[in-house]
Design a protein around this ligand. Structure first.
Ligand code: HMG
Ligand code: MG
Length: 297
């Protein structure tokens, strides 16, 4: 049997916009996030306190946090790679800090200019600062299902990062299919392995949809009892430092799929449609979502 309800994290403003080639003006980002806040979603990843040299598309993270209208039922989160980012996140009173690291040495180097060991050291300091400030922590692990650089990703490395995250006080770990190569059989096999050592409540799943397998992968994870999923409105997204990465599974398709299966999300599909129409105008192209296309007709 499937879970009765799942928790969706809207990552479009962060994972989505980080990958847009044309800078989306701050006021459009803010208006879009405010529309997202009206959909019923309880977790929104707003931006990243990363280097503007590395991710110019999110250089306005301070302004975005200053200008959005916050709903107190919603957790407004941000990615933080280092202490400098942590300072910004504290100043902007983010509700939750998301740490990130890759299980592929090659991808981690490409993404944050550090080895996995160096990153774990850095993140320890960031986590300590978040703990001192009383800010809850989430932790991403990228490339769990495959690396863009062809290096073999070891489940042992994934477990080493999970253990380190737990020690840092991370309460939720998002397993990332950064380049969208996973398949449902692999998802089940990896989860089976992880769930022998860890509580299923610890995990969220984060699927990019390169080959159109994200919903199949989510179905496999639902059958394994996982109840937390990341998605992006209009299928936006991708990591600029992972060659071949494409958009996240679209929130539109995911929510419609879950509702069809009788799984609750607390998200209103009409309000989601409105937020997606706004996005379409802002990016000036058709969003990548089958359900949105149907609803637009
Ligand atoms: P670096 O160049 O090694 O670091 O980058 P640095 O300390 O030498 O800093 C370089 C410059 O950036 C300096 O400026 C710093 O001050 C500045 P300069 O002195 O040259 O003028 N800087 C900052 N500015 C603002 N905020 C900061 C900050 N830190 C440094 N926090 C660094 C190392 C980690 C900073 C860099 O590599 C970086 O920012 N990387 C971010 C990459 C990123 O955001 N990738 C996408 C997110 S991960 C993802 O998408 C995967 C995920 O979705 C899950 C999945 O799909 O698998 C989460
Ligand atoms: Mg991602």
């Amino acid at each position: 049997t499937l879970p009765k309800a799942v928790e969706i994290r809207e990552v479009g403003p962060r994972d989505g916009l980080q990958n847009e080639k044309v800078f989306i003006p701050t006021d459009l980002k803010v208006q879009w996030i405010d529309l997202i806040s009206k959909t019923g979603v309880r977790h929104v990843e707003v931006s990243s306190f990363v280097s503007p040299k590395w991710i110019p598309a999110l250089a306005d993270h301070n302004e975005v946090f200053e200008q959005i209208t916050r709903d107190e039922k919603i957790t407004y989160a941000a990615l933080v790679p280092n202490l400098k980012g942590m300072e910004g996140a504290i100043k902007q009173k983010v509700d939750e800090v998301a740490l990130f690291i890759s299980a592929s040495e090659e991808h981690n180097k490409s993404n944050v200019n550090a080895s996995i060991d160096e990153s774990l050291q850095n993140l320890k300091a960031v986590a300590a600062a978040a703990n001192d400030a009383g800010i809850p922590l989430r932790g991403y692990i990228s490339t769990v299902f495959g690396s863009p650089f062809g290096d073999e990703v070891q489940l042992q490395t994934v477990k080493r990062i999970i253990d380190a995250y737990i020690e840092m006080g991370v309460s939720e770990i998002s397993l990332g299919d950064t380049i969208g190569v996973a398949d449902p059989v692999q998802v089940k096999a990896i989860l089976l392995e992880l769930l022998t050592d860890y509580d299923r409540e610890l995990f969220a799943l984060h699927f990019h949809d390169t080959y159109g397998r994200a919903l199949a992968n989510i179905f496999a994870a639902l059958e394994m009892g996982i109840t937390k999923y990341d998605s992006a409105i209009g299928g936006l997204g991708g990591c600029p430092y992972a060659p071949g990465a494409s958009g996240n599974v679209s929130t539109n398709d995911l929510v419609n799929f879950l509702h069809r299966l009788g799984v609750e999300t607390n998200i209103d599909e009409e309000k989601l449609f409105t937020a997606t129409q706004f996005l379409q105008q802002a990016i000036n192209r058709q969003p990548d979502s089958k359900v949105y296309k149907v609803q637009s007709q």
